[in-house]
Design a protein around this ligand. Structure first.
Ligand SMILES: [Zn+2]
Length: 466
C-alpha cells in the first residue's frame, strides 16, 4: 500500500463535470486520485462542510511598482495566498530593453513568492516590439498594450527599474496607432494574445480638461471623464486591427455596459476576444462609494453597470476575473481632489470573497462559473492548462478551500500586504477562503501564512494554438 502525502477529506469538490463528495488524494504536489476511502497518508486535512475549488489564478496584478519587486513579491504573494489565490500574473511594466532587464527581475524575486507566478510584458516602444520573440523564448507568452497612455495623459509609474533601486519611476509614454499595429502584428505571428487596456486617451483628455476648468471633483466626475464611450472607441479601433492581422485580444478590466456591448458586437464580426472583469466592477459604484481611494482606470461605474457585469458572467460572456491589484499606500495614493489622487488600489485579499459573497451566496452565478472565471479559463488562455486550472489527475494540487458560511468584516490588516488601506474596509462579506494549498502544501490558513517563503515557482507556459 502506498503512503500518500495529503488527503483532503469530506469536502464538496468542484470538478469540471460537476460537484462530487470525494476525498482528494495528493502525492508529490500533484492530484493523485479522488476516492471515497481514506488511504494512508502523512497528513489529513478535514474539510467537512467546506468546498474545494481549483486554486485561483489572478491574471492581473501590479506589484514591484511602489516597492521593489523583491519586497513586493513577499508582501503581495502573502495577500494572494490568504485570499485563496495560488498563481499570480505580474503586469510587468518597463520602458527598458527586455533583454537587459528581464533576467534581473526574475532572479530578484525568484526566492520570495509564496504562490506561483508568471508575467505579461507591457510594450511601449519599437525596441520592445523587436524583443517580443525574446520574451516568448523566456516563458512570457502574453503582451499588454495601454491604449489610455498618450498625449498629455501619458504619464505612468513603471515598475521600479532596477530591482534594487527603491524609487518611483514616473515616465511619459505614447501608445500610438503605429505601435499598436506593430504589437498586434507581431503577437499574431507568435500566436500570443494581446492584453488591451481600452480607453481612448484623446477622448479622456478632452473630457478631463473640461471638467478641471469647471472645478468638478469626485468619483462620478472621474467616471464621466474616463467615459464608457472612450472604452467603446478604443475597443472598436483595436478590434479592426486584430481582425486585419488575425490576432487574439484579451480585454482587461471591463466594467461598463457600453464596453461589454461593444465587445459582443466585435465578437459578432469575428474578432477573437477574451474578456476580463475585476471585483470592483462587481461591488463598487459611484452611486454608493465616494471615497477617493476607489479611483481606478477605467473608473467604477453605476449600480446598473454592476448588475450588467454580473449578468455578463452569468451569460458566460466574461472569461476571467483579475484584480488589477495595485500595491500602493494611502499617503502616496490619496490627493486633495480626484485629479491629484493616484489610480489603483489593492484587491488580492478580497477578490474571491466578493465573488462568493455577492455572486454565489446571492445566487447570481454558479460554482462552476466561479471556477471557470477564477481558474480554468485563465489557465487555458495563458497556456497553463491542464497543469493548472482544474482539479484532475496529475494536475498541480493547487486547491482553495472555501467556507461559504463564514461572515467577516473586511479589515485590511488581515491580509499582511504592503498597502495600509482597503477599498472594502468595514464591508461585511459572507464566504471566505480558509485554506490555500499550493502543489499540495498548505500555504495559508485562516488569514495566516503557513507556507515557506520561496515555495512559489515561475509557471511554465505554452503557446495556446487557436
Ligand atoms: Zn492593470
Amino acid at each position: 500500500m502506498p503512503v500518500y502525502d495529503v488527503v483532503i477529506t469530506n469536502s464538496h469538490v468542484v470538478l469540471p463535470n460537476g460537484i462530487v463528495e470525494k476525498n482528494i488524494v495528493i502525492d508529490n504536489g500533484k492530484i493523485a486520485l479522488f476516492t471515497n476511502d481514506i488511504p494512508s497518508c502523512d497528513r489529513k486535512i478535514n474539510a467537512s462542510g467546506l468546498i474545494s475549488i481549483p486554486g485561483v489564478i489572478d491574471p492581473h496584478v501590479h506589484y514591484g511598482v511602489y516597492s521593489p519587486i523583491k519586497h513586493a513579491a513577499i508582501t503581495e504573494s502573502s495577500v494572494a495566498a490568504i485570499g485563496g489565490i495560488t498563481s499570480i500574473m505580474r503586469m510587468f511594466r518597463t520602458i527598458r530593453s527586455y533583454k537587459d532587464i528581464l533576467h534581473k527581475h526574475i532572479s530578484a524575486s525568484s526566492n520570495y513568492h509564496y504562490v506561483d507566478y508568471s508575467m505579461h510584458a507591457s510594450i511601449f516602444n519599437q525596441q520592445q516590439v523587436n524583443e517580443m520573440k525574446y520574451c516568448v523564448d523566456h516563458n512570457i507568452t502574453s503582451f499588454k498594450l495601454y491604449m489610455n497612455l498618450g498625449s498629455h495623459i501619458g504619464k505612468i509609474h513603471m515598475d521600479m527599474d532596477d530591482p534594487i533601486i527603491n524609487s518611483l519611476q514616473e515616465t511619459t509614454v505614447e501608445v500610438n496607432y503605429e505601435l499598436i499595429k506593430n504589437v498586434i502584428q507581431k503577437a499574431s505571428s507568435l500566436h500570443c494574445p494581446v492584453l488591451i487596456h481600452a480607453e481612448d486617451y484623446v477622448t479622456c483628455y478632452n473630457n478631463e480638461t473640461k471638467a478641471k476648468s469647471k472645478n468638478l471633483d469626485g468619483l462620478k466626475t472621474w467616471s464621466t471623464c474616463r467615459s464608457a464611450e472612450s472604452e467603446a472607441i478604443a475597443i472598436k479601433n483595436v478590434c479592426k486591427l486584430a481582425r486585419d492581422f488575425n490576432c487574439t485580444l484579451y480585454f482587461v478590466h471591463i466594467g461598463s455596459i457600453l464596453a461589454m456591448t461593444q465587445i459582443l458586437h466585435e465578437k459578432d464580426k469575428g474578432t477573437k476576444i477574451y474578456t476580463e472583469t475585476c471585483p470592483h466592477y462587481l461591488k463598487l459604484s459611484y452611486d454608493k462609494h465616494h471615497n477617493y481611494n476607489a479611483k481606478v482606470m477605467p473608473p467604477i461605474r453605476s449600480i446598473n453597470d454592476i448588475q450588467h457585469i454580473w449578468n455578463s458572467i452569468r451569460d458566460n460572456n466574461i472569461d476571467t476575473i483579475g484584480t488589477d491589484h495595485v500595491a500602493n499606500r494611502s499617503d502616496l495614493k490619496i490627493g486633495h481632489n480626484i485629479w491629484t489622487t493616484l489610480a489603483g488600489f489593492p484587491g488580492l485579499g478580497t477578490s474571491l470573497s466578493i465573488l462568493l459573497s455577492e455572486g454565489i451566496n446571492k445566487n447570481r452565478i454558479s460554482l462552476s462559473q466561479l471556477v471557470n472565471i477564477t481558474s480554468t479559463n485563465t489557465a487555458k488562455i495563458f497556456g497553463m492548462y491542464p497543469i493548472k486550472g482544474s482539479m484532475q489527475k496529475n494536475a498541480d494540487a493547487d486547491i482553495t478551500i472555501i467556507d461559504l458560511k463564514k461572515e467577516m468584516k473586511v479589515k485590511n490588516i488581515s491580509f499582511h500586504g504592503h498597502s495600509d488601506y482597503n477599498v472594502y474596509d468595514n464591508m461585511i462579506l459572507q464566504g471566505w477562503p480558509v485554506k490555500t494549498l499550493l502543489r499540495g502544501e498548505l500555504i495559508a490558513e485562516n488569514f495566516e501564512i503557513v507556507g515557506k517563503l520561496g515555495s512559489g515557482k515561475i509557471i511554465d507556459r505554452h503557446i495556446t494554438k487557436y
